[in-house]
Design a protein around this ligand. Sequence first.
Ligand code: GDP
Length: 429
Amino acid sequence: MSDLISAIATAQGKGGVSIVRLSGEGALALAARMFSRKGEYVPNVLYPGTVDCGSFTDYGMCVYFRAPRSFTGEEVVEFHLHGGREIARGALERTFALGARLAAPGEFTRRAYLNGKLSLSAVEGMGEMIGAQSSAQVRAGYLLYTEKLTAEGKRLQETVKECLAGVEADVDFPEEDLSADTREEVAKKLASIGEELGRLLGQYRAGRKIRSGVNVALCGRPNAGKSSLLNALLGYDRAIVSETPGTTRDLVEGETEIHGVLFRITDTAGLREGTDAVEREGIRRAENAMRSADLIVYLKEDGDGIVLPEDTPVITVGAKCDLIRRDNCEIALSALTGEGIAALKERMYEEGFGAENEGAYLLEERHYEALREAMSAVSAAKRGAEGGLPAELYAEDLRRAYTALGTLSGETASEEIIDEIFSRFCVGK
Ligand code: GDP
């Protein structure tokens, strides 16, 4: 077992509870010296009692997890204290005085990984959950955390291994003339792996949106009602609403969740010929925002002459429908009465994210790159098998696919990748 590490596991500041966690050799012996309980410590049971924090005492609880049935896979002890910075710090320092050392960032999780409690993509999933900015991100992180991607990667690795076994037999015993059959079999299996990889890779667009949000630009002429619509979508007054055209000169942004997915909505300056330099700059920024948006909500007015970027999906809305009903708009809405706002949100979700993408969990660039590498290796091997190349030539591609897929669980990941992943965690995680 490793040496004894200790850290404050909860966010620091005032709170209901703070937790100091220890992992490694001697955790239980240390607990018996710091905590008032004198009898046996049954694993996974929270005992109430006093915690010796050096210059003061707190009344709290202590729990012991026996190796390997703990988060790290080692002997773990937690002290649950009152939630104050000084209390947690006192308890932490007491653990140092009794022989523990401060854990490095992510060291608890790293030990869990090294002890086979979590795969690398599960660790990343946990990171996604902790840093999540929307409930969709928590859901996707949870799927990673529960080894969904690792399981897929392992399954595909198994099939690659079967192909490799066939191919290697072919390399070793060419005189037995297995080649044509083996080649056909291998090509078939590789085609099905390719399809599965394609399906997984197809999630990435949605995964990126889960991670960083869907960018929506509101556009239309000055006074079309964009600021009012932004406020209605957000449910609070974010933008200034004014009868004077050209009031919104810079971009005003706000965030809202639709079915748990984060939408970043930008209220752009009204698109018209600017009358002064400041307004013209506002319009230039509006055009940039439109170009970089995933989705445009266009408040259409007759003859407004607005030209929208061609490749971006657009929802055309007829604003101020309490005053005027416009033709040729998908949704009639009123920021004043609230009519059409819910319908617009549904359309934004469908058009900007896509209901079919619920359950996507390919959100990390590292995972995407690994799958792309596997895809390119599998395609090369398939071409080799179909083209009747000597088996030893595409066996190398199969090994490359196997290695790429193994980086998902961490099995074949380099030390640098592993270090980089754990360095993202804070002390205590
Ligand atoms: P922007 O310049 O496009 O941002 O437009 P604003 O949101 O500032 O609105 C311009 C004017 O239209 C303001 O006087 C708003 O009160 C009014 N307005 C905006 N939305 C509605 C609406 O749904 N109904 C009515 N009756 N007036 C609205």
